[in-house]
Write a protein that binds this ligand. Structure first.
Ligand SMILES: NC(=O)c1ccc[n+]([C@@H]2O[C@H](COP(=O)([O-])OP(=O)(O)OC[C@H]3O[C@@H](n4cnc5c(N)ncnc54)[C@H](OP(=O)(O)O)[C@@H]3O)[C@@H](O)[C@H]2O)c1
Length: 296
């Protein structure tokens, strides 16, 4: 009998690398640093290994999720996968999920809190592709956990040029209250689901610890950078004209309608980050301190 047969399953799992997709992105980088801290081998999928700039010790593999054959090649010897879908349609998903079912055992999929289980047709193109991929994973026979985060705090990096230039953010809906989440907390839940048992079949809605108005978010960024920053409300129509230059009008209208609703009804807050990790989710103020350099 070979030495491998005497090894406990936990030791084998520890040696088999975890494949991280979206490895060079906002969530993936935190997933990787946490896995490395735990001494777990990491294989990172990227379209451009030369530009990945990931920590030493990470095994880089070139692959593209829109080309499932290149993805399948990255799965040799892999049991657990963090899957993120950076594409705008689910066209390539059957090939990717099929390859996962052939090689892997456990998958943690980064979805979105907009997905509604009770709807046959989702509200917008983004939740549509997430829902379609969730359904394919559910049917695949894999052990799965779905992470359904709300808006990322990092979406406010959009304001960085205005804050750097003038310390003023001209934007609609000052009073829209959102429970934005630190990308580090999404990663912390992902790592628990990848490395410990008891998360199989869970659909975790993940948010920050409180709903904070957009005006207050800007003030907290100012506090983090040590320079006042303020919100100056502009009419939604002006914002719409700016955004339709580079986004489909239906997506722009969806974003603006959603923020109008958050003025009347602050976004929900979930306690799942704390329940899963044992540590409270980071506040928006803490996120701003972590990202102060991006706004200076
Ligand atoms: N922003 C939000 O408020 C929000 C809320 C809920 C859910 N989400 C979901 O979160 C996901 C984005 O996560 P993120 O912000 O961490 O990502 P991100 O920072 O936008 O990074 C995108 C990652 O995807 C990789 N990538 C892009 N195209 C690829 C392709 N064709 N094949 C393989 N890899 C590719 C990039 O790697 P390389 O360039 O190295 O290949 C990069 O690592 C999306 O699925 C989004 O729907 C976002």
């Amino acid at each position: 009998m070979s030495a491998t047969h005497h090894e406990p399953a936990s030791t084998r799992s520890k040696r088999s690398p975890i494949l991280v997709t979206g490895a060079t992105g906002k969530v993936g980088r935190h997933v990787i640093s946490e896995l490395l801290r735990m001494g777990i081998a990491v294989r990172a999928l990227t379209r451009n290994p030369g530009a990945a700039n990931l920590p030493e010790g990470v095994e880089l593999v070139r692959g593209d999720l829109s080309d499932p054959a290149t993805f399948e090649a990255s799965l040799q010897g892999v049991e657990r996968v963090f899957l993120l879908w950076p594409l705008l349609t689910a066209e390539a998903a059957p090939g990717v999920v099929g390859a996962l079912a052939k090689h892997a055992r456990r998958i943690v999929y980064l979805s979105s809190f907009g997905v509604r289980d009770e709807l046959e047709v989702q509200a917008d193109p983004i939740t549509s592709f997430h829902a379609a991929i969730e359904r394919q994973i559910e049917r695949s026979g894999l052990e799965w956990t779905f992470l359904r985060p709300g808006g990322f705090a990092s979406n406010t990096l959009w304001w960085a040029p205005q804050i750097r230039a003038e310390g003023v953010v001209r934007w609609p809906f000052a009073a829209a209250a959102r429970s934005l989440i630190h990308e580090r907390d999404i990663a912390a839940v992902a790592v628990r689901a990848l490395t410990s048992d008891g998360h199989q079949g869970a659909k975790y809605v993940l948010t920050g610890p409180q709903a904070v108005t957009q005006a207050e978010q800007v003030r907290l960024i100012g506090e983090a950078i040590g320079r006042p920053a303020r919100f100056e409300e502009i009419p939604p129509e002006i914002m719409r004209q700016q955004l339709v230059a580079f986004m489909p009008p239906s997506v722009v209208d969806g974003i603006l309608d959603y923020h109008a609703r958050c003025v009347k009804e602050p976004e929900q807050v979930s306690r799942t980050v704390e329940e899963v990790t044992g540590a409270p989710a980071h506040t928006f103020g803490e996120w701003a301190i972590d990202h102060a350099a991006d706004f200076r």
